[in-house]
Design a protein around this ligand. Structure first.
Ligand code: FES
Ligand code: FES
Length: 153
């Protein structure tokens, strides 16, 4: 199998894998970065959201062969110590219930706020609408994203 050189959370890593292996599999099974979750595997739930060059992207749909020369960031790399303003707002608003969807939610929110630091309620709702939460913590997610925007301002 070919070897791919990836940059994940600021570190260079080599992975031996078939070219069409999804990044989500590589993160969880090869690199032991299990904060990124498998939900649907078909791009529909957002549980696997990570950043590619800062943009929120679904890792279940990305083939490893397309990722050399990109910056991959997972929830483990969003901050060294859980103090990214989105993570702080998440704790203050006590957002997680079962927690399963939360890494994906936080990665979507952090990318969104970088592009739109002063969002309206509607913009927040639209930006987060592709990340499903089976515990329905949507109200707290929206409040935490709005609060994180004020922290980032
Ligand atoms: S696991 Fe990737 S979008 Fe659901
Ligand atoms: S907190 Fe349980 S799925 Fe979202």
């Amino acid at each position: 199998m070919p070897v791919y050189n990836l940059k994940v959370n600021g570190k260079s890593m080599s992975v031996d894998a078939d070219p069409d292996t999804p990044l989500l599999w590589v993160l969880r099974d090869e690199l032991d970065l299990v904060g990124t979750k498998f939900g649907c595997g078909i791009g529909q739930c957002g549980a696997c959201t990570i950043h590619i060059d800062g943009a929120a992207t679904r890792s279940c749909l990305l083939q490893i062969s397309s990722l050399e020369n990109t910056e991959i960031t997972t929830i483990e790399g969003l901050s060294d110590d859980g103090t990214h303003p989105v993570q702080v707002a998440w704790k203050e608003h006590d957002v997680p219930q079962c927690g399963y969807c939360q890494a994906g939610q936080i990665m979507t929110a952090s990318s969104f706020l970088k592009d739109n630091p002063t969002p309206s309620e509607t913009e927040i709702r639209d930006a987060m609408s592709g990340n499903l939460c089976r515990c329905a913590s949507y109200n707290r997610i929206e409040k935490a994203v709005a609060d994180a925007a004020t922290k980032l301002a």
